[in-house]
Design a protein around this ligand. Structure first.
Ligand SMILES: [Zn+2]
Length: 44
């Protein structure tokens, strides 16, 4: 599972525990839903 850090500017930083790849995403879609966020990394 990847960790998601949501910033103040509706930015989400996703860090893959396997390869350490950091990804910057828009977090507005995460706040509009209560379901778990699943982000697929390129290493999977
Ligand atoms: Zn990865």
């Amino acid at each position: 599972m990847e960790k998601v850090y949501v910033g103040k500017n509706n930015e989400a930083f996703v860090i893959c525990p396997k390869c350490g790849f950091e990804r910057n995403m828009d977090a507005t879609r995460f706040r509009n839903t209560k379901t778990n966020v699943t982000v697929k990394c390129k290493c999977i």
